[in-house]
Design a protein. Structure first.
Ligand code: PAF
Length: 290
């Protein structure tokens, strides 16, 4: 596996046949393939995944597809930012080799009716708040894995539960791919980068920092010896509410592997939060090491 210096526009592919041909050629030439699945509206978080892939693999494929099956009926599918031109510019700056940006029918043709039933780790948190979400994620991700034939796939820790779900799916279904989970990239004040951040006006952007503050409050409580998960969760909620973030989907302490709730913080524990700021739903998480 190797790294290369390069700055040129990635090859843009919009159909599965061309993608299959490109990756088959790369494999035949003995190249390793890194896959970065995205929904576009790229930011530094995505670009860190591209960098990780380029550092490890010979060919980096970035997929840009706003996957309709992972959005609920009242979610932001229609207004989700679509910024292909800018995405390609950013990918050129990072030296990504191929961008796969298909239309919806290329991945969900008429008659499509097979879905991947997600694993148990999908049942809590996001899975509860967004019924059907992970079924859409596992289905599209498995399709992308099959199409891209990558050796390694890169995901961000911001979608922590998603990464656990995909890791479990790959394990359970014997998918021959290595999953790498890369650290959350934050703005200088701590806000986790997200394509949805661009929905917020300056006042909401300010409020949104409450999510990071509630996670650092959890970390501080645990560092000061607090081991009762309910007390820590109450502290997290208090921080959100103080900053007028009142529509909270969850502020939870969970086992890092199963994402089941913990009652006592004895070992590494995930603090996870999902809340609405104005019309924008945000998530964030932090691993706590007591
Ligand atoms: O994390 C995302 O952007 C999406 O859930 C993914 C993995 C690209 C599947 O659509």
């Amino acid at each position: 596996m190797g790294n290369r210096e390069k700055e040129s526009t990635p090859r843009l592919v919009d159909n599965t046949a061309d993608l299959r041909r490109a990756v088959a050629d790369a494999r035949a030439a003995g190249k390793t393939i890194g896959l970065v699945p995205t929904m576009g509206a790229l930011h530094e978080g995505h670009l860190s995944l591209v960098r990780a892939s380029r550092a490890e693999c010979d060919l980096t494929v970035v997929t840009i597809f706003v996957n309709p099956t992972q959005f609920g009926p009242h979610e932001d599918l229609e207004k989700y930012p679509r910024t292909l031109e800018n995405d390609l510019r950013l990918l050129a700056g990072e030296g990504a080799d191929l961008a796969f940006a298909p239309p919806r029918e290329a991945l969900y043709p008429a008659g499509f009716s097979t879905y991947v039933d997600p694993p148990d780790v999908a049942l809590t948190l996001e899975g509860k708040c967004r019924p059907g979400h992970f079924r859409g994620v596992t289905t599209i991700v498995l399709k992308l894995f099959n199409l891209a034939q990558a050796h390694v796939a890169y995901f961000g820790q911001k979608d922590y539960q998603q990464a656990r779900v995909i890791d479990r799916m790959v394990h359970d279904l014997d998918v021959p791919i290595i999953i790498r989970v890369c650290p959350i990239v934050r703005e200088s004040d701590g806000l986790a980068m997200s394509s949805r951040n661009r929905y917020m006006n300056p006042a909401e952007r300010d409020k949104a920092l409450a999510l990071w503050r509630c996670l650092t409050a959890a970390r501080d409580l645990v560092a000061s010896g607090q081991r009762d998960a309910a007390t820590v969760a109450t502290g997290m909620r208090a921080v959100l509410q103080e900053r007028e973030v009142t529509r909270i989907d969850y502020a939870a302490l969970a086992d890092p592997d199963t994402l089941q709730p913990v009652t006592t913080i004895e070992g590494p524990t995930m603090a996870l939060v999902a809340a609405h700021v104005g019309k924008t739903r945000l998530i964030d998480n932090l691993r706590l090491e007591p």
